[in-house]
Design a binder for this molecule. Structure first.
Ligand code: ATP
Ligand code: MG
Length: 258
């Protein structure tokens, strides 16, 4: 007679990895104004999280906190030591060549070689010795991504990095960011106003409202095969952002034709 093998559940369950980001009841005020209010946030290693929210909801404030660019006012902010940030504007130093901008702050070794590798990954190795002012907007953002990448961050913070780009360049940048994310597997926090961008790229979407997480949506469908879920998800997210979805999403904003 065969014996039933009993394995305790704890022995087979995959242990949850320690989060790379952990904020607990985090609050940030400027003077009397409370911008982030008792916010809890955890991001797992390699997770791609998008953060949506109306203008002024506190997205950049939160990102600056995680980047170590803001005063945490003595609160416990757990982030990995290796992190990098890309903003809406590339913030390249105009008096340094592209490769020097990418290599900025790298110590020891062969900085030009590391910069060249990173620029190769973003398709810009032919502009190593160019001056930043001669780059297009899309190229400048690719250089900014290379500068982030060269630091091998465990946490990549992106604050509307594609917002100023034309639609076609933006789509190409989405593909590039996904390729870089797959290759290097940092955790990513992408701040964006673009619901479509969030749905195309993220594993999890958060909506920030009045300094708090007002909604959280996890997307399990694999990227490139999400058409079945985006319609419902878009309606939900736009609802959380205060837009009513009818026949035309913007009808209430722009008025209806008679
Ligand atoms: N250094 C500061 N001093 C005073 N107020 C600030 C400061 N930084 C941000 N704020 C205020 O905090 C609020 C949130 O700003 P934040 O930049 O985080 O918004 P956001 O969600 O990134 O907006 P947007 O989508 O327009 O970029 C705003 O009301 C802003 O004016
Ligand atoms: Mg902002």
């Amino acid at each position: 007679m065969s014996e039933v093998l009993r394995i305790p559940l704890a022995a087979v369950a995959k242990p949850r990895p320690e989060p790379v980001v952990r904020l607990s009841k985090f609050t940030r005020s400027f003077g009397e104004t409370r911008v982030i209010e008792s916010l809890d946030l955890e991001i797992a290693p390699g997770e791609f999280v998008a953060l949506l929210g109306r203008s002024g909801s506190g997205k950049t404030t939160l990102l600056r906190t995680l980047a170590g660019l803001d005063d945490t006012q003595g609160q416990d902010v757990r982030v990995p030591p290796s992190r990098a940030t890309v903003f809406q504007d590339a913030r390249l130093l105009p008096w340094k060549k592209v490769w020097q901008n990418v290599a900025l702050g790298l110590r020891g070794g062969t900085p030009r070689h590391h910069a060249e590798q990173a620029l190769h990954e973003v398709g810009l190795d032919h502009r190593l010795d160019a001056w930043p002012l001669t780059l297009s907007g899309g190229e400048a953002q690719r250089a900014a991504l290379a500068r982030a990448l060269v630091r091998k961050p465990d946490l990549l913070l992106l604050d509307e990095p594609f917002a100023a780009l034309d639609a076609l360049t933006r789509i190409k940048m989405h593909a590039l960011v996904l390729a870089l994310w797959r290759a290097h597997q940092p955790a990513v926090l992408l701040v964006t106003h673009d619901v479509e961008e969030a749905m195309a790229l993220a594993d999890r979407i958060l909506v920030l409202d009045k300094g708090q997480i007002a909604a959280e949506e996890r997307i399990t469908a694999v990227r490139g095969h999400r058409s079945g879920v985006v319609r419902t998800l878009r309606a939900k997210l736009l609802g959380h952002l205060g837009l009513e979805v009818g026949d035309g999403v913007y009808a209430d904003l722009i008025g209806r034709e008679q």
